[in-house]
Design a protein around this ligand. Structure first.
Ligand code: NAD
Length: 466
């Protein structure tokens, strides 16, 4: 499959004529070609966005619903494309990623109709708030949930009246292109949604720099996010940064053990650990430590997380080597691999076993750096205070989960733990309306519900003298 950019409502080849390989990480085979776009393609896309006819509020809501309805009729096609690009199982994309993306579109179609602004009364006057679009916005997305994160940004950006230029990950380009085609097919004005493929430091950076781009919504790694902030901030662009994580799961002796074992395994291994929110640092109260590790290993052995069956591959061969290198490093740092630790599957594929490591110091590299693979380190603690200090030790602050039946303790910890999202006796349970985002090195800003709608618009005040 040879993809093109989607600019002004049509497929457009990159101006350079250059393409990148799209590799299926389950087989190592080239499954398609992706435009290697440059500054010229970005300029064309932004010009198309600038010229796009703007829709009324009702038309925007109806457009998002029409797109969701049209994609819903093609779920097998979208799910197959997503599984091919990302290495996920077809089961996961068919029942997880694609339906979730449709929910994003439908949620913002409805939220838009419910949006309202404030009126502030004074003794002798009143103020009302005008909420207006920003203009043209850049949306830059990673590879771990390609279509979900595409719609997570596109839906609120378009709902609020902007035209958009999306730069999807070069590793997972297909569903963004398919969806852009659908926008045009269901009647979106040309240029309202543009997709430019290519490398981050080429197409992505040109997009961030473009003077007619008013805001940048970025999800990806912390190093990239800092770089983008360095480019966009002096240009006074609005920026939202959703970045990396090294998230703790805190397990107390009074937890429901069955629930905690299953939940902690899911937090560690879902999507092969390639989730910004993954619980990759497991802190367990010492009195149940040995039993908990044993049960976690048994949970993996029972087959719930088997690569090639219930679990997809990692995103690429190169990424698998990075994950494997961290397991080697764990051994050098004094850790014991009690489960997994190996590459599996065909030679050129990117499958890796769910891996549990014990015996590491809480401050070593493997326990503090984002690995972004199916690797969890387990550490015992002796008190609630120590668990909190261990949880807050890392530079990241995205998500955390607390497993205890003592809700007073859970509330107490939730207030003091440094993470944007805290789950109690669950993990990654999501409601579209709640604030999503990180503290510390995990990002700046909040997404979801009204937070995304506020990001993609600007409020202005009008004051009337009575
Ligand atoms: P990445 O930072 O390498 O790339 C993300 C996107 O940025 C890609 O589209 C890439 O092409 C683009 N990019 C790279 N350099 C750029 C530049 N100089 N200018 C503009 N764009 C550029 O991240 P990734 O490897 O695709 O994704 C994995 C990372 O994403 C992990 O760190 C993970 O934690 C993070 N992530 C965070 C969240 C969140 O909500 N906080 C969600 C998913 C993933």
């Amino acid at each position: 499959m040879k993809l093109n950019n989607w600019i002004h409502g049509q497929g457009v080849a990159p101006s350079s004529g250059l393409y990148l390989d799209n590799v299926n990480p389950k087989t190592g085979e080239v499954c398609g070609l992706i435009p290697r776009s440059d500054r010229t393609d970005v300029a064309n896309a932004v010009a198309a966005a600038q010229a796009a006819r703007r829709l009324t509020r009702l038309e925007r809501s109806e457009l998002l619903i029409a797109v969701a309805d049209a994609v819903a009729k093609r779920i097998p096609e979208f799910a197959a494309a997503e599984a091919m690009d990302s290495g996920k199982t077809l089961q996961a994309t068919t029942h997880g990623d694609i339906p979730r993306a449709l929910d994003n579109l439908r949620f913002y179609a409805a939220a838009l109709r419910n949006d309202a602004t404030a009126c502030h009364q004074m003794e002798d006057g009143f103020n009302y708030t005008l909420r207006q679009p920003l203009g043209n916005v850049a949306l830059i997305t990673p590879w771990n949930f390609p279509f979900h994160l595409f719609t997570w940004k596109v839906a609120p950006a378009i709902a609020m009246g902007n035209a958009v230029v999306v730069k999807p990950s070069e590793l997972t380009p297909t569903t963004a292109t398919l969806c852009a085609e659908v926008f045009t097919q269901v009647g979106a004005p040309n240029g309202l949604l543009n997709v430019v493929h290519g490398l981050g430091h080429e197409a992505g950076e040109a997009l961030v720099q473009h003077p007619d781009i008013k805001a940048v919504s970025f999800t990806g790694g912390t190093v990239t996010g800092k770089h983008i902030a360095g480019v966009a901030a002096p240009l006074l662009k609005k920026i939202s940064l959703e970045l990396g994580g090294k998230n703790p799961s805190l397990v107390f002796a009074d937890c429901d053990l069955d629930l905690a074992v299953a939940g902690v395994a899911r937090a560690a291994f879902f999507n092969a650990g390639q989730v910004c929110l993954c619980g990759s640092r497991l802190l367990v109260e010492r009195s149940i430590y040995a039993e908990f590790v044993e049960r976690l290993v048994a949970e993996v052995a029972a087959g719930a997380w088997t690569p090639g069956e219930s679990l997809g591959s990692l995103i690429s061969f190169a990424h698998r080597e990075k994950v494997a290198a961290y397991v080697d490093l764990a051994r050098q740092e004094g850790g014991t691999v009690v489960c997994g630790g190996n590459r599996v599957g065909p030679e050129k594929s990117a499958f890796f076993e769910p891996t549990i490591i014990t015996g590491l110091a809480i401050d070593c590299r493997v326990a503090t750096e984002e690995i972004f693979g199916p690797v969890v380190t387990v550490h015992p603690f002796d008190s609630e205070q120590q668990a909190l200090e261990m949880a807050n030790f890392v530079e990241y602050g995205l998500g955390s989960s607390i497993w205890t039946q003592n809700l007073t303790r859970a509330h107490r910890l939730a207030e003091r733990i440094e993470s944007g999202m805290v789950w109690i006796n669950t993990w990654n349970k999501r409601d579209f309306r709640v604030p999503f985002g990180g503290m510390k090195q995990s990002g700046v800003g909040r997404e979801g519900g009204r937070y995304s709608m506020e990001f993609f618009s600007q409020d202005r005040n009008v004051c009337i003298q009575l």
